[in-house]
Design a protein. Structure first.
Length: 94
């Protein structure tokens, strides 16, 4: 991930890009995972509709990463969507 000191950088990247190259940390000020079944179903239904429509890509929403102390990559926004999608991809993989 490029240095962002003093800059805001936007990158369009697939869901696996940042996690594949970085260990992600969720800062203590972020809430614990709290999505209920209805939230997960909503996301899965939306993904299903996108696949049925033949969409080549799907906008998961903005996920914000920041660089914390010691250069640690932190999930500042989008933690719920990222965690849910990661669990889905792991289930498909396994």
């Amino acid at each position: 991930m490029p240095s962002t000191k003093g800059k805001i950088i936007f990158e369009h990247e697939g869901i696996g890009g940042v996690p594949a190259h970085n260990t992600l940390h969720v800062p203590l000020n972020q809430r614990e995972y709290s999505w209920e079944e209805e939230h997960v179903r909503e996301l899965f239904d939306d993904l299903d509709h996108a696949m049925e429509a033949g969409q080549a890509s799907y906008f998961l929403g903005t996920i914000v990463f920041t660089t914390g102390d010691g250069g640690i990559t932190e999930v500042s926004d989008g933690q719920q969507r990222l965690a849910t999608t990661t669990i889905l991809l792991a289930a498909i993989r396994d």
